[in-house]
Write a protein that binds this ligand. Structure first.
Ligand code: HEM
Ligand SMILES: *[C@@H]1O[C@H](CO)[C@@H](O)[C@H](O)[C@H]1NC(C)=O
Ligand SMILES: *[C@@H]1O[C@H](CO)[C@@H](O)[C@H](O)[C@H]1NC(C)=O
Ligand SMILES: *[C@@H]1O[C@H](CO)[C@@H](O)[C@H](O)[C@H]1NC(C)=O
Length: 328
């Protein structure tokens, strides 16, 4: 894709808004690079791409799941594959914590890992597979070869604790101050928060992640007044008071499989599905950024920048797992 005028403009403006804001004491791995597997496993990235593309072709709904997996991995203990570990007797793992129960795509990571172990045993980390598969899935959905670079060289961790997922993954009921704090604690600023929230341009949510906004917002049987009234009616039809636990709603109505800037339009129209989406309008800088990112070129450029940054959140990985769900 040819960088357009608006991308250049976006870069300048956003650089101006973020100048001087430095991330608070969080380590972003500088040692990751794009040639980690060049000699040790030259076909690694091609294998990830092929398996991921085939999976997304079979079922496009797995693309958002792979992207979300990368987010949940990186926000807890850094990008170290900790989200993939199974619980063991005496240890409840991240994947069994409430914020993780609606995650998916694990089987695709395992399929990729199996292929990679056949080709180059114990060379490619599960954490790198998650980062690469997220990029490849979204790129394929978008119809691009590669929407952002993925520096590699992450190691897999040996620790995964449910309570750390609860403490680190932002709740969909978060207000702006809470979101800003959670992101800041990972070395991510408000531009990153707004850009990465744009991930909700694809995928679905279960009713329980937002039902409180429809029926019991302040605990008095009321609805969230910031939610568009007609959209709230639509959501109440989809998620009646005694909704079935399996019911899902598109987060970006009628556009949940196109990776575009439509999410920001939806947020501006007070149809952001979660309180945390609506919260991006609570702060003037953030509201300005929402408006700014309604342009597809701007969104893609800013998302690419921020997702690479998220992928650098340093973990305490120490090994290359043989199987992604269990430590060596
Ligand atoms: C800003 C804070 C965030 C909050 C509070 C949040 C919360 C949520 C919730 C509650 C769901 C729906 C879960 C369900 O009920 O099925 C969801 C889905 C999703 N989230 Fe986020 N999220 C946030 C940021 C992100 C980021 C940074 C990314 C990736 C870069 C992301 C990617 C996704 C995707 C792709 C889905 C759809 C998953 C699917 O279709 O199965 N989210 N998020
Ligand atoms: C990239 O990182 C790997 C370790 O992950 C290292 O062996 C390699 O020398 C680095 N390459 C470059 C070009 O920095
Ligand atoms: C609404 O919220 C209040 C306070 O959190 C709670 O006590 C009450 O049971 C809730 N009502 C329903 C119908 O969920
Ligand atoms: C989605 O599409 C349906 C059918 O075309 C339409 O009735 C509905 O209003 C659309 N929803 C939104 C939020 O645009």
């Amino acid at each position: 894709m040819r960088p357009s005028f608006s991308v250049v403009l976006a870069t300048i403006l956003v650089a101006a808004t973020t100048a001087g804001v430095c991330s608070a004491g969080v380590e972003l791995s500088p040692e990751l690079n794009e040639s980690s597997y060049l000699l040790s496993c030259p076909s690694a990235e091609q294998i990830v791409k092929e398996v991921t593309q085939a999976a997304v072709q079979r079922n496009p709904a797995v693309a958002p799941k792979l992207l979300r997996l990368h987010f949940h991995d990186c926000f807890v203990r850094g990008c170290d594959g900790s989200i993939l570990l199974n619980s063991t007797p005496g240890n409840k793992a991240e994947k069994d914590a409430p914020p993780s129960l609606t995650l998916g795509g694990y089987e695709i990571i395992d399929e990729i890992k199996t292929k990679l172990e056949e080709r180059c045993p114990q060379v490619v980390s599960c954490a790198d597979i998650v980062a690469l598969a997220a990029r490849d899935a979204v790129s394929f959905l978008h119809g691009s070869y590669s929407l952002w670079p993925v520096p590699t060289g992450r190691k897999d961790g040996r620790i995964s604790r449910a309570e750390e997922a609860v403490a680190n993954i932002p709740s969909p009921f978060s207000d702006f101050a809470t979101l800003r704090r959670r992101f800041q604690s990972k070395g991510l600023d408000v531009v990153d928060l707004v850009a990465l929230s744009g991930a909700h341009t694809i995928g679905v949510s279960h009713c329980e992640s937002f039902a409180k906004r429809l029926y019991n917002f302040t605990g008095k049987g009321d609805a969230d007044p910031s939610l568009d009234k007609r959209y709230a009616d639509f959501l109440r039809r989809k998620c009646p008071p005694k909704f079935n636990n399996g019911v899902t709603v598109e987060m970006d109505p009628n556009s949940s499989l196109s990776f575009d800037s439509h999410y920001y339009q939806v947020v501006e129209q007070h149809m952001g599905l979660f309180r945390s989406d609506a919260a991006l309008l609570e702060d003037s800088t953030s509201a300005w950024l929402v408006d700014f990112m309604r342009n597809d070129d701007v969104f893609l450029a800013k998302f690419a920048h921020s997702v690479v940054k998220m992928g650098r959140i340093a973990g305490d990985g120490v090994e290359i797992r043989k199987h992604c769900w269990v430590v060596n």
